[in-house]
Design a protein around this ligand. Structure first.
Ligand code: UT7
Length: 330
C-alpha cells in the first residue's frame, strides 16, 4: 500500500489563555505543583468558540496551507471526544462550513489517539483510489467535560483544534494502532441519562455508573494512565517503525501526544532517543486530547522544523485505553 503525504497543516487555539495561578484561585493547587509535575504553564480555554467552529477554522487553514480547493476534498475524518452534538457528526457540520460538497464524512472517537487513528484511516481510503484528498481534523473542547472542582484533572486540559490535508505519497509509512479495553474505567465521562416516562429502574450499576460525579465530567485515575502511557508509547513507536522498515534510532522527529512532559521524557528514554527529537508544546497548550498531535505538527511546520525526507513518528495514548503510532516520511 502506498504511503501518504501531508500537504498542509492548520490549527486553531483560543486566545483566552489561562495560567496556573488562575487554577490556584479555584482549587487547592499551585504553579509549584502543576509546572514540574506536568510541564503545563498555560492553556487555551474556549471563550465563545464551539468544537466544530474550532475544527472548521483549523481545517480551513490546513486547506489554505496545502493550496487545495475545498471542493477537491473527498473524505473528512473528524476526531473528538467533545463534540457539540451527538448527531449530526462534526464532520458533516465542518463539511458544510468549509464547502466540500459530497465529501464522505466520518467522526471517530479514539480519545487522545484520535489523530493517529484518523490519519491511518484516511490512508486506507486513499490507498484504494476511492479518495484522492482527505482532510483529518481533530478538535476538542475539553472545558466542556472538565470538573473545575477536581484538582487532579482540571489543571491538565485545554481547548483547540488541528488539521491536516492528506494525499497519497511515495514515502515510507508504518502504523501500529491498538487498544486495551480492560482499562476503560481509568478515564471516562458518562453521558447523563435523562428521565424517561417508560423507565422505572436506575441504570445497571457497574464501575462507570457507580461514579455519579462522572455524569458529563471526565474522571481519571491519573497515575494508572501514566504507567500505561510510558509503556504504550514506546511500544507503539517500535511496532510502527518495524512496519516502516526503520529502527526508532532512525527517526528525525517524534510528535508525541502532549499529556505530561514527564511521560514524554520517559517514553523518549525508553526509546533510546534524546529529548531534542521530541517536539514539546504542552507548556502553552496543556492536554487538548486528540488535537494535540496535529496542533504540535502545525507548530513544527510554522517553525520550519520539518524538512522533506524527515522521518516522523506521531504517537498517542488515551481513554479506552487506546494507543498508537504512525511513522511517515515528510
Ligand atoms: O490524554 C491522556 C490523559 N491522561 C493524562 O494526562 C494522565 C496522565 N497522568 C498524569 O499526567 C499524572 O498522573 C498526573 C499529572 C495526573 C498526576 O501526577 P502524579 O505524579 O501521578 O500524582 P498523583 O496522582 O500520584 O498524586 C500525587 C499527589 C496526591 O496527593 P496525596 O494523595 O499524595 O496527598 C494528589 O492528591 O498530588 C495531589 N494532586 C495535586 N496537588 C496539587 C493531584 N493533583 C494536584 C493538583 N495540585 N492539581
Amino acid at each position: 500500500m502506498a504511503g501518504i503525504r501531508i500537504c498542509g497543516t492548520g490549527s486553531y487555539l483560543p486566545d483566552n489563555l489561562v495560567d496556573n495561578d488562575a487554577y490556584a484561585k479555584i482549587v487547592d493547587t499551585s504553579d509549584e505543583w502543576i509546572r514540574p509535575r506536568t510541564g503545563i504553564v498555560t492553556r487555551p480555554i474556549a471563550n465563545g468558540e464551539t468544537t466544530w467552529r474550532m475544527g472548521a477554522a483549523a481545517g480551513r487553514r490546513a486547506l489554505e496551507a496545502a493550496g487545495v480547493d475545498p471542493g477537491q476534498v473527498g473524505l473528512i475524518v473528524v476526531t473528538s471526544v467533545t463534540p457539540d452534538f451527538l448527531t449530526p457528526s462534526m464532520s458533516c457540520v465542518i463539511q458544510q462550513e468549509l464547502g466540500c460538497p459530497g465529501a464522505m464524512c466520518i467522526d471517530i472517537n479514539c480519545a487522545c489517539t484520535g489523530f493517529v487513528y484518523g490519519l491511518d484511516m484516511a490512508r486506507r481510503y486513499l490507498a484504494t483510489g476511492d479518495v484522492d484528498t482527505a482532510l483529518v481534523v481533530s478538535t476538542e473542547m475539553l472545558s466542556r467535560i472538565t470538573n473545575y472542582a477536581d484538582r487532579t484533572t482540571c489543571v491538565l486540559f485545554g481547548d483547540g483544534a488541528g488539521a491536516a490535508v492528506v494525499r497519497r505519497g511515495q514515502g515510507l509509512y508504518g502504523a501500529h494502532l491498538a487498544a486495551d479495553g480492560t482499562g476503560y474505567s481509568l478515564m471516562f465521562c458518562r453521558q447523563p441519562l435523562p428521565p424517561s416516562p417508560f423507565t422505572h429502574n436506575p441504570p445497571q450499576p457497574d464501575e462507570i455508573y457507580a461514579r455519579p460525579e462522572a455524569d458529563g465530567h471526565l474522571v481519571m485515575a491519573g497515575h494508572e494512565v501514566y504507567k500505561f502511557a510510558v509503556k504504550a508509547m514506546p511500544q507503539a513507536v517500535e511496532e510502527a517503525c518495524k512496519k516502516a522498515g526503520l529502527t526508532p534510532g532512525q527517526l528525525d522527529w517524534v510528535v508525541p501526544h502532549q499529556a505530561n512532559i514527564r511521560i514524554i521524557q520517559t517514553a523518549m528514554k525508553n526509546l533510546g532517543l534524546p529529548m531534542e527529537r521530541a517536539w514539546v508544546s504542552i507548556g502553552h497548550t496543556g492536554n487538548i486530547s486528540s488535537a494535540t498531535i496535529p496542533i504540535t505538527l502545525d507548530e513544527m511546520v510554522k517553525a520550519g522544523a520539518l524538512h522533506p525526507g524527515d522521518r516522523v513518528a506521531m504517537v498517542g495514548f488515551g481513554a479506552g485505553l487506546t494507543y498508537g503510532a504512525a511513522v511517515l516520511e515528510w
